[in-house]
Design a protein around this ligand. Sequence first.
Ligand code: PBG
Length: 335
Amino acid sequence: MSEPFRLDLPIRPRRNRKSAGVRGLVREHRLHPSQFVLPVFLHEDAQDHAIESMPGVTRWSPDGLIAEAGRAWNDGIRAMVLFPKIPDALKTAGAEASYADDGLVPRALRALKAAHPDMVLITDVALDPYSSMGHDGLVGDDGRILNDATIEVLCHQALCQARAGADIVAPSDMMDGRVGALRAALDEAGFEDVSIMSYTAKYASAYYGPFRGALDSAPRGGDKKTYQMDPANGREALREAMLDEAEGADVLMVKPGGPYLDVLANLRRASDLPLAAYQVSGEYLMIKSAAAAGWIDERAVVLESLTGIHRAGADVILTYFARDAARWIAEDSKS
Ligand code: PBG
């Protein structure tokens, strides 16, 4: 028999992949439950409801929410973001319910703080769940979204959330100048310690469809393209990031996550602020439905999708898979 063929190869990258131990040593990015934010849906009803448009996700009653926070805490989750479903009767053109101190979100914040004082509580700052028009901003007579007038309402909303115990407010409305205005309003009211996680590059995305079903918050007319970003634009995200940074944002967010990894990577290079990415409802649903059909391995795809988002530059990841992923990571770290 002749000698086996051997290349004279001094450099062999595969050496760093030769065993699980070596792969672990040279791994560049690791997911950890402490970087996840669990988005939770809540409503006034005394019963929890399975959300039809998002299989596996529940809209919680006030008591159910507290129980869910306890389960999330036990899984290693340390941050939650709250999304309320507001009854139609409370929705108005002026979205006044967005800053009612006895509203659903402030009550949930106080109850969560009492039950789980160390859970980081994040609130969405935008008018869509409260607006009879289903838009993130106030709508003018001509159908246009009113930037500056909206900001005044957003400031009331953020102050109301801060009074109820929000640790971080997250403006998702994409009005110009809202980060600076929120910072000034919070500081003036003595909430210097309340952080702002800005939805810096929030795209006008079809991937939000299932979420709007969960909250019944789809726009009643028109679309969100005059305020959310055009999916075709990458450079524009850098411009938004520079503005948010100058206006005092503490964390910058890109949304959706998976389809916008280039934007995330560019922001990572352009800013030293912590970066967040939101793996949104449509991304969740695509994985969930393919897994339910038996077409992909849910656990492996979820962890790979989150690793990709982290590798591209996200420190923080908002994901409906937060609890599952936290458990899977804990299991993997023991094997
Ligand atoms: C509302 C808001 C949306 C999401 C988060 N905050 C919907 C929208 O802008 O229409 C989407 C989240 C998801 O799809 O998971 N301001």
